[in-house]
Design a binder for this molecule. Structure first.
Ligand code: DSN
Length: 448
């Protein structure tokens, strides 16, 4: 019997795409560092009857009846988050990372206030004040950068903070491979009287497992998505630390009010249940082993790629992520490498690099990570083999040049994609990828 027999019977079109997506996840190497595979328990909760309920409000303070079991679930999620991250307060209702971060702004800033975050092409996130995000338009954004070694330039942060006296400083990243300097940022934020918020979306699992330093003793607020290294469903958490409550005893209350009724309506209770389960899973000794292996894999991959002559931003990694710098081959090569790797069954994403010489749509880097591969059980041995595959594909397309003219670009890329379909080297790597994936089954027994 299919696990999705009702979808199959009622909507064959959606079913077909779902089936193809399961096959894609099973047969390929998932190397986008912000993606992962949840446990079956998280998956079951996410697709459960909890999606039927309205629960506006918070446990025991709802605007709808019939919430006694939802209250139990949300309370479990909150208590588990507090225990795992050692914080006095958690809100598990944000729909995802961007609304969670927006709630932080609205709880501690007024439109027009100055804020600071890591510049996008230096590895920062859109919601940390980038100009095309509302966060860069509603607030006066002063971005900070990485230095020549690719490390966050703490001296620049200090200088900019002294000059601009921000209300809020973000520490966190989406494309940063080194450990985050929470203590240094805390000194700066305290000196200028700013709120310090850590967005640990990428490293939440590593923090929970003690594999990356926790920001909790240094910052006032912590935000995180729940679906990356934490292996939960697609959602987010906002936490306030003791330091945050000491700065403003009403901070937790303000954040609750900003999430609901300020920004959101009914929480996604099926997601809340998935978050509760993921937090329980993350408190187990196996999760510590898992996160330790993520970083070992990442380091093994970095070492093997460097041995293949592939340049990495900051020359390596201290977390789950690597950022390949393709500029030794020219600028804007990320699109060719991402497309060619896709054709080979290796999913990554093109990404800007510090001092990006091209543009965010045609950037010069490739971002990759090991959380999803590690979930499948892959170890250092596989990382060495994958480094060779990556290097072969990169070298196969490194001489491609993007036409300057926009229309020519589109036509050139369409032709490039077509050519990839009959590229022998890419085809060989595709076979190797399939063979490796077959040794590390994903969602065994799940039938669509
Ligand atoms: N889109 C996420 C990532 O890939 O890092 C961040 O929001």
């Amino acid at each position: 019997m299919s696990d999705m027999e009702h979808v199959r019977n009622e909507d064959p079109e959606v079913f077909k795409a779902m089936e193809a997506e399961l096959t894609r996840q099973r047969d390929g190497l998932e190397m986008i560092p912000s993606e992962n595979f949840t446990s079956m328990a998280v998956l079951e909760a996410s697709g459960s009857v909890l999606t039927n309920k309205y629960s506006e409000g918070y446990p025991k303070k709802r605007y709808y009846g019939g919430n006694e079991f939802i209250d139990e679930i949300e309370t479990l999620a909150i208590e588990r988050a507090k225990k795992l991250f050692k914080v006095p307060y958690a809100n598990v209702q944000p729909y995802s990372g961007s609304p969670a971060n927006m709630a932080v702004y609205l709880a501690v800033c007024k439109p027009g206030d100055t804020i600071m975050g890591l510049n996008l092409s230096d590895g920062g996130h859109l919601t940390h004040g980038w100009k095309t995000s509302e966060t860069g338009q509603l607030f006066k954004s002063v971005p900070y950068h990485v230095d020549k070694q690719g490390l966050i330039d703490v001296e620049e942060v200090r200088k900019l903070a002294m000059e601009n006296k921000p209300k809020l400083i973000w520490i966190g990243a989406t494309a940063y491979t080194m450990s985050l300097p929470f203590a240094e940022f805390a000194k700066i934020a305290d000196e200028v009287g700013a709120y310090l918020a850590a967005d640990i979306s990428h490293i939440a699992g590593l923090v929970a497992a003690g594999v990356h330093e926790s920001p909790v003793n240094h910052v006032h607020i912590v935000t995180s998505t729940t679906h990356k290294t934490l292996r939960g469903p697609r959602g987010a958490i906002i936490m306030v630390t003791d330091k945050g409550i000491a700065k403003d005893p009403l901070l937790a209350e303000k954040i609750d009010k900003t999430i609901f009724p300020g920004l959101q309506g009914g929480p996604h209770d099926h997601t809340t249940a998935g978050i509760a389960i993921a937090l329980l899973e993350a408190s187990k000794p196996e999760f510590k082993e898992y996160c330790t292996q993520i970083v070992k894999n990442s380091k093994a991959l970095a070492q093997a790629l460097s041995a293949e002559g592939i340049k990495l931003v900051s020359n390596g990694t201290e977390n789950h992520m690597l950022l390949i710098d393709l500029t030794p081959f020219g600028k804007g090569k990320g699109v060719f490498v991402q497309e060619a790797l896709d054709a080979a069954g290796i999913t990554t994403n093109k990404n800007t690099i510090p001092n990006e010489p091209s543009s965010p749509f045609y950037p010069s880097g490739i971002r990759l990570g090991t959380p999803a591969l590690t979930t499948r059980g892959m170890k250092e041995e596989e990382m060495k083999a994958i480094a060779k595959m990556l290097s072969t594909v990169i070298k196969e397309v490194k001489d491609r040049e993007l036409p300057e003219d926009k229309e020519e670009r589109t036509a050139y890329l369409a032709k490039f994609r077509q050519e990839l379909l009959s590229n022998k080297k890419v085809e060989e790597i595709r076979k190797e990828v399939r063979a490796m994936c077959a040794k590390f089954p994903l969602y065994e027994g799940m039938e669509l």
